[in-house]
Design a binder for this molecule. Structure first.
Ligand code: ZN
Ligand code: ZN
Length: 409
């Protein structure tokens, strides 16, 4: 049972509800370009994950099958009191591993390169929750290996992992204020806002997934203060709406420092030392910009109203395509979804360009629209989408209407 797939309709409903409240109260917590970029990063993460996560599942499976130290019966995790306690134990242990995964994800440069994507939004709303990285498959899985080594059944661990992720959705809101004692036990909107801050006093705090108790235990807890409103985002702004670049930005900075460093020790240190550390020679030659949060301005290129509407409609096509791919992946398997994923990724890319207001965005978008024809005719498996005249007519209409609208916007 894929809990996350089941949760998607609730995620979308909650997101639209929050958006409606935002518009009604005119709080300005949502900007369409920012929300589209966050959701694009989420969709990219999910769609690349169909391919990349196979490796981590294979490794976890191997550890559980060949190296596990204890044997736990699946039947022990039933609805009895003992069974429920075991589920709770697995969930708490997962959260403990999540804390360290998340904490080192901030503290070690190469791990931050993957996790930074979740923090690039300069807004904070339910769309930020879905803003997920596409490269966590490289290292994140390592932090959970001890649980598989303990022999806890895989389906129990996968279920508590999904529950952990689903729990974290609701805390990404500015509409829930402080919750008293709950803010000191659980991860809540207030203490997770602190986690997304770039203010000096809040930085590198509140890493928990479900429990913030870990932060209080290991000295990384901070409370939200009325004296200092949170400024959301990262110190080196993304300043870009391309979800692919969002995933590559920090790796690129590290590559640059590693290339420019003279000593080999430093070339390696760039990746594995504390986030923000730079070799002295690189820092001297290419000093970092000084951050002055008093002058902080959000990245917000302006578009015409027609262009904004065009992007919004195309974004709904993206969402529909990603749901179609999720269904095809679940029922058909990985080999059937590569071509639809390529179409999806092209759409995500051009939406970024359009939102950035680039001069060449329309040309790239037109090329994308035209490429749907050969890809659809020769690339898509006929068993995935039946190539009937009706389907051809719908696709042709979509391309034509989009192209005409694009010219006018
Ligand atoms: Zn984080
Ligand atoms: Zn978050």
């Amino acid at each position: 049972m894929n809990l996350i797939a089941l949760a998607v309709p609730f995620f979308l409903a909650a997101l639209f509800l929050e958006l409606a409240v935002d518009r009604f109260q005119q709080t300005g917590y949502y900007r369409s370009n920012d929300a589209i970029n966050s959701l694009s990063a989420g969709i990219l993460s999910e769609s690349t994950g169909y391919f990349t996560k196979l490796v981590q599942y294979a490794i976890w499976g191997f550890v559980l099958g060949e190296l596990a130290l204890f044997e736990w019966q699946r039947s022990w995790f039933d609805a009895s009191l003992q069974g429920v306690l075991l589920w709770v134990l697995a969930a708490v242990l997962w959260d403990f591993c999540y804390y360290w995964n998340h904490r080192l994800g901030h503290e070690i440069s190469i791990l931050w390169a993957a996790h930074a994507v979740h923090h690039q939004s300069e807004e904070y709303n339910l769309s930020t929750a879905l803003r997920q990285t596409s490269s966590s498959f490289l290292f994140s899985w390592i932090f959970y290996v001890p649980l598989f080594l303990m022999g806890i059944p895989a389906d129990v661990l996968i279920t508590v992992a999904a529950a952990n992720l689903i729990y974290q959705f609701w805390v990404h809101t500015r509409f829930v204020n402080r919750l008293g004692v709950l803010d000191r036990v659980f991860v809540t909107p207030s203490n997770h806002r602190v986690h997304h801050a770039q203010n000096e006093r809040y930085i590198d705090k509140n890493y928990g997934g479900i429990f913030v108790l870990w932060d209080r235990m290991f000295g990384t807890f901070a409370e939200e203060s009325d004296d200092e409103p949170v400024i959301f985002g990262v110190r080196k702004p993304l300043a870009n709406w391309n979800p692919f670049w969002a995933n590559f930005q920090v790796y690129n900075n590290l590559l640059f420092d590693a290339r420019e460093a003279r000593r080999w020790r430093d070339k390696i240190g760039v990746w594995f030392r504390r986030t923000g550390w730079r070799p002295a020679d690189v820092e001297a030659a290419f000093p970092k910009d000084v951050v002055d949060l008093d002058k902080f301005q959000k990245y917000d290129p302006q578009l015409t109203a027609t262009r904004r509407r065009y992007v919004m409609v195309q974004f709904f096509i993206v969402v529909a395509t990603s749901l179609f791919i999720a269904e095809a992946f679940a029922t058909r398997g990985t080999q059937f979804i590569l071509v639809p994923c390529l179409l999806l990724w092209a759409n995500l890319y051009t939406l970024g360009l359009l939102n950035e207001g680039r001069a060449y965005a329309s040309r790239f978008e037109l090329i994308r629209l035209l490429f749907i024809v050969p890809v659809g005719v020769y690339g898509l498996d006929a068993t995935l989408i039946e190539k009937t005249p009706t389907v051809a007519l719908i696709v042709a209409t979509y391309i034509l209407v989009s192209a005409l609208w694009l010219r006018k916007s």
